[in-house]
Design a protein around this ligand. Structure first.
Ligand SMILES: [Zn+2]
Length: 317
């Protein structure tokens, strides 16, 4: 039986239960710590916000939460572990680097792919820094409409770390682009695509794009529900319901990509932008999306497949 790293120890695939595959407790853009005019980060208050969120999810039946924060945008695995311990939710964190335009890239741009891969392997097998907390999956990311040289290197590092450790791969895509090209890179490195989730695939409702990837055996993350500001929920839902209607429930994961706490100043939003993220809460799927799917005739069995079975198969295979 394969063991899975959580931030509070190891678990097994059978014990994952109901899982949200892509949510964040904390994000900070590189450089936030240099903004001496921003409000001071109040760790205790932030921990309460994160823990309360997790408890609300626990009361809705959630068991596990994957927080695929890349190492370079404010990842704090001790914070995640404290919130996990206080809430009773199992949390899995990741190793890996973010996309070029929003990542902290200067150092790793100058390092070769195998060195980057070795960092990922170490975070999975030995732990992150001196925390002893081990990553359970590998994150990588691409830009809108292109994969930069740096991102290509990070994807290959993720692939090689996966081959060495068995830890699965979780990607970020922008606006439903470059998923197919991500898969090409993984295949060229020898990765079996059942170990890959192409994240944020619901950023487009182009069914040709979705089925091209699903036919190759990967998972698709429909993991930005509530982010109407980027792509309307009803279009995410329309694509999801269509794909479920033709039998792809075994390859789709649901989540929100929510963020509980921001480091530094966080988001600057106009009232219109606020309206576009009104539902961007990690309970939104339970409260609004699952009922909408039921109304459309999606069975509880298919929901169970996406939220319980798929995470189990993704982590155990
Ligand atoms: Zn994310």
């Amino acid at each position: 039986m394969k063991t899975i790293n959580t931030v509070t120890g190891t678990t097994t695939a059978e014990k994952l239960g109901m899982t949200l595959m892509h949510e964040h407790l904390m994000v900070g853009w590189g450089g936030w710590e240099l903004d001496c005019t921003a409000p001071r980060f109040e760790r205790k208050a932030a921990l309460k916000v994160a823990t309360d969120r997790l408890k609300e999810l626990r009361d809705l039946g959630l068991n596990t939460f994957l927080d695929p924060c890349p190492m370079d945008i404010g990842r704090d695995v001790e914070f995640i572990a404290e919130a996990a311990g206080a809430s009773g939710i199992q949390l899995i964190c990741t190793t890996g680097l973010y996309k070029e335009d929003l990542g902290n890239t200067a150092y790793f741009k100058q390092r070769p792919v195998d060195e980057i891969s070795a960092v990922y392997v170490k975070e999975i097998t030995a732990g992150i820094g001196r925390t002893g907390i081990k990553a359970g999956a590998i994150k990588c990311a691409t830009s809108k409409g292109k994969i930069t040289e740096y991102e290509d290197k990070c994807l290959r590092a993720a692939a090689r770390a996966h081959l060495k450790t068995g830890a699965p791969i979780m990607t970020h895509t922008d606006d439903g682009t470059m998923g197919r090209e991500q898969l090409d890179i993984f295949v060229s490195e020898g990765v079996e695509l059942k170990h890959v989730i192409v994240g944020h695939s619901c950023g487009a409702s182009d069914l040709r794009y979705h089925t091209d990837m699903l036919d190759r055996g990967c998972y698709l993350g429909f993991d930005r529900f509530g982010l109407d500001i980027l792509h309307p929920d009803r279009l995410r839902l329309a694509a999801l319901i269509g794909l479920l209607g033709i039998g792809f429930e075994r390859q789709i994961g649901l989540s929100h990509d929510s963020v509980a706490c921001w480091l530094g100043r966080g988001l600057d939003l106009t009232p219109e932008m606020e309206a576009g993220i009104r539902n961007w809460q990690p309970t939104h799927i339970f409260k609004n999306i699952l009922p909408a799917m039921r109304t459309a005739g999606v069975s509880d069995e298919k929901v169970q497949t996406m939220m319980v079975e798929n995470p189990r198969r993704y982590f155990e295979s």
